[in-house]
Design a protein around this ligand. Structure first.
Ligand code: ZN
Length: 319
């Protein structure tokens, strides 16, 4: 199909995947129990969230925060209409995820050689080759194989990442039958021009791929990048409740864009998400309590713009 097939027009409906339980919690120092995670996830489901990147089937020793992967998926798989995906590093992880009853398996690779080596101790080429084994594990299971590309917009070690590197990985995933590919902005290096460049390139070199944008707010322009994605017609985004998470290379930096801030923006643009903002604000407050720290999401603190204050109760606002 020609690249012109993709219309660069604001979508009327956007699909939001909540990645807080995986990407958020993986980068937090506080480790939540399975029961605490379930409290948060049930609040999100009640708010209308129907897609989660729920955990990662990596070594429990490598990521203690996600050591309860099997228990968590087992506890959630009966939820009606809720789609659960999980990261897996290799075919062994794919087997465990399949056994636990996941809906989609996400294979990940970094677009940066240095980051991929640090992350999974392999070359990008070796990671890509390993996906074929994982794809075979899933054959005939009905479980979807998805892809994720870390450092799609820049690498904290290498700097700029060639758009062609992202395109080459996308093509490889596409040949494996992957349709949903997430472009991860692992350390918040995305900018609106980079978003345009990468999305247009992807549509040219791997037209069957439906891109998902995954921004971190490390440098404060996560939602500006979402605006750019929307202008390009991208209708799938990933975010974490409260903006859970951080950046392993920048202590104190923000994590993913906050889900409730994303839903607020989309609501105000009359873009349907099926998610209730008030419910998301409640879930962000639960996340804040469970983590025992102030989270970066903002709408949960200020309230929606028409949540009016009692003017007699507050001092005059200046400026
Ligand atoms: Zn991320």
């Amino acid at each position: 199909m020609p690249a012109t097939h993709h219309v660069e027009r604001q979508p009327s409906r956007v699909h939001v995947t909540e990645v807080g339980p995986r990407d958020g919690l993986q980068n937090e120092s506080v480790i939540l129990s399975t029961a605490e995670k379930l409290e948060l996830i049930h609040a999100l489901v009640a708010a209308g969230v129907n897609a989660f990147e729920i955990t990662s089937f990596v070594s429990p020793k490598a990521v203690p925060a996600l050591a309860d992967a099997v228990d968590l998926v087992t506890a959630l798989r009966g939820l009606d209409g809720v789609h659960l995906s999980a990261l897996v590093p290799n075919h062994r992880g794919a087997e465990r995820a399949l056994e636990a009853g996941i809906d989609a398996v996400v294979m990940f690779v970094s677009a940066s050689e240095t980051h991929n080596a640090k992350n999974v101790n392999r070359s990008v080429e070796d990671s890509l080759a390993g996906f074929e084994d994982a794809a075979r594990v899933l054959e005939g299971s009905g479980v979807e194989l998805r892809g994720a590309v870390a450092t799609s917009f820049g690498c904290p070690f290498e700097g700029d990442i060639e758009v062609a590197s992202v395109g080459r990985i996308a093509r490889h995933f596409s040949e494996l039958g992957v349709r949903h590919l997430s472009l991860g902005d692992t350390t918040g290096m995305a900018t609106p021009p980079l978003v345009s460049e990468r999305i247009r390139h992807l549509r040219e070199v791997a037209p069957p791929i439906v891109p998902t944008l995954h921004f971190h707010n490390t440098r404060g322009i996560g939602l500006a990048n979402v605006m750019q994605g929307l202008a390009l017609g991208v209708d799938r985004y990933e975010s974490s409740i409260g903006g859970l998470g951080g950046c392993p290379f920048a202590p104190g930096a923000s994590g993913n864009i906050a889900s409730e801030d994303l839903v607020y923006l989309l609501d105000e643009m009359s873009i349907d998400t099926g998610i209730d903002l008030a419910g998301m604000i409640g879930a962000a407050q639960i996340a804040t309590r469970l983590m025992g720290r102030d989270l970066p999401g903002q709408v949960s603190k200020a309230g929606p713009r028409l949540a009016l204050s009692d003017c007699s109760a507050v001092p005059t606002a200046r400026g």
